[in-house]
Design a protein around this ligand. Structure first.
Ligand code: ADP
Length: 273
């Protein structure tokens, strides 16, 4: 099972003075069960890339498909394929809307046409999964929760859809370290226990190195690097710097690697910090 982009380009506001080619001829394949980090500077094209990966945006050129089904299609098959790729947007708690946590999480499964019992099972499972106690929180207003709990409720809404792939846009943005760890624990559980394919946009190279097995580096609308985070950090420092990645993080990683007895193939002296 895989999501495949073949020569995908995407242009915002084509034919206007504001025309912006945000993706240029991107080809790649992501399999179910992979954990892929997408990193890049602000404006590099990460959001455009992931929205093409889940069929929210349709390529101007090229194709995006899931198991051979074109994600931009209008058929029922295409709709079902899009439904298998969940998306957690940046600050997903801003999209909470219902009067109770239960109603919020139930919204998606209900739209799938499941029975009331099946919907309840999905809500209970999803809440358990993200560590929100059903008895305590199901009937509370989502807006009465803490920031970290709100984000977990929002993630539960996507988990309740039982997706095969989950795309997360900056899942830790704006969270304190405790909530951040809780959210990552859930994401890792989805990846490890349910075998969901995870695609995570982040601008933190540390997060990419810590959690992902594969990293895509986006620069000016192109995927300039695609490989194991450790190898990219070791071998591609210059291209990472070129892509505008935060230099201090490169140094932190160098230190972390050294602590494990690994060495970077170039010298970083204290004087350069
Ligand atoms: P990132 O997620 O890496 O910050 P985006 O994919 O959001 O990057 O943006 C890529 C480029 O496309 C940027 O130059 C951005 O200004 C432009 N862009 C993004 N969304 C729109 C839009 N809705 N209309 C016009 N230009 C856009």
């Amino acid at each position: 099972m895989s999501i495949k982009l073949e020569h995908v380009s995407y242009t915002y506001m084509p034919g206007t003075p504001y025309e912006k080619e945000a993706l240029k001829d991107v080809s790649l394949e992501i399999h179910k069960g992979e954990f892929v980090a997408v990193i890049g500077h602000t404006g590099s094209g990460k959001s455009t890339l992931v929205q093409n990966l889940n069929g929210l945006l349709h390529p101007a050129k090229g194709t995006a498909s899931l198991d051979g089904v074109d994600l931009s299609g209008k058929t029922n098959e295409a709709k079902l394929a899009r439904g298998r790729i969940g998306m957690v947007f940046q600050y997903p708690e801003h999209q909470l809307f219902a009067e109770t946590v239960y109603e919020d999480i139930a919204f998606g499964p209900r739209n799938l046409g499941l029975s009331a019992d099946e919907v309840e099972t999905r809500v209970r499972d999803a809440m358990k999964f993200v560590g929100l106690d059903f008895e305590t929180y199901a009937q509370r207003s989502p807006f009465s929760l803490s920031g970290g709990q709100m984000r977990r409720a929002a993630i539960a809404g996507v988990v309740a859809m039982n997706p095969d792939y989950l795309i997360l846009d900056e899942p830790s943005a704006g969270l304190d370290p405790g909530s951040r760890n809780a959210v990552f624990a859930e994401i890792m559980a989805l990846y490890k226990k349910r075998g969901i394919g995870i695609i995570m946009v982040t601008h933190s190279m540390e997060e990419a190195a810590k959690y992902a097995k594969r990293m895509l580096v986006v620069y000016k609308g192109e995927v300039i690097l695609d490989g194991k985070p450790g190898e990219i950090f070791l071998k591609e420092k210059n291209r990472l710097l070129e892509a505008g990645m935060d230099i201090p993080e490169v140094y932190k990683l160098a230190d972390a690697l050294r602590a494990k007895g690994l060495r970077l193939p170039y010298e970083i002296t204290d004087a350069k910090r």
